[in-house]
Design a protein around this ligand. Structure first.
Ligand SMILES: [Mg+2]
Length: 230
């Protein structure tokens, strides 16, 4: 491993067409027995954070057992919605080409740092034929911690342990669509590449401190240059 690429999923590689929120709400209703009174903006947030924030808004205490039950329920609801995700969602322009091009570069390892739980990550990537080159064993997932930068550290640690190397910071790259993705990278001292295909504009992503901001993933050559492999 010479380069580690940590992909965000929603609105970076794919757009699930609002399906993610509907699935979250159905799992929440099953576990809590009520609608959440309010929800944070999902963009760039981890499922752990969204659940515990919604519970707190409910005046309910957050406990680990309830959070674990919710995450299991969310996995089951995501599995049940697999076909719906495939039907309503879409891979974003250039996503498949970018993942495939990186898979051809020797020494590049690809995985995810995502607000999604692991099962949802697997289902979403598989639905749009993006799973093949990704090593999900070493990813960082939204069920593991509320704070995204912690997921970046977990994924990097897992990758370095598995491959038996310690990468210089600039060889670790986070690619995402929100200020939270950028923050997660910068907090770990690694490279932040932002794509303006989500809720944030090019200007906002620059202001957040991204090393490179791209309009989208459509320009594969520009992405490879930003990662430092072209
Ligand atoms: Mg995203």
């Amino acid at each position: 491993m010479e380069h580690l690429v940590l992909w965000d999923i929603d609105r970076t590689l794919i757009n699930a067409g609002g399906g993610g929120k509907a699935i979250f709400l159905s799992a929440y209703r099953e576990v809590v027995g009520a609608e959440p009174p309010s929800l944070p903006d999902f963009g760039g947030r981890t499922d752990h954070y969204i659940f515990t924030t919604a519970l707190t808004g409910h005046g309910r205490g957050v406990d680990d057992r309830l959070t674990a039950l919710f995450l299991d329920t969310l996995a089951a609801h995501t599995e049940a919605a697999r076909e719906q995700i495939r039907a309503n969602g879409v891979a974003l322009a250039g996503a498949a080409a970018a993942v495939a091009a990186l898979a051809e570069v020797p020494g590049v390892v690809q995985t995810v740092v995502t607000g999604n739980i692991r099962d949802a990550a697997r289902i979403k990537l598989a639905a749009f034929d993006l799973l093949g080159p990704m090593d999900l064993d070493i990813g960082g997932y939204g069920g593991e911690h509320p704070v995204r930068s912690v997921l970046v550290r977990l994924a990097r640690d897992r990758a370095e342990r598995k491959h038996g190397v310690a990468l210089p910071d600039h060889r670790v790259v986070v690619i995402g669509d929100t200020e939270h993705d950028v923050e997660g990278a910068l907090h770990n001292g690694v490279t932040a590449i932002a794509v303006a295909t989500g809720g944030a504009t090019v200007a906002q992503l620059h202001a957040a401190g991204a090393h490179t901001v791209l309009e989208s993933l459509a320009d594969t050559a520009a992405l490879l240059r930003a990662i430092g492999v072209a």
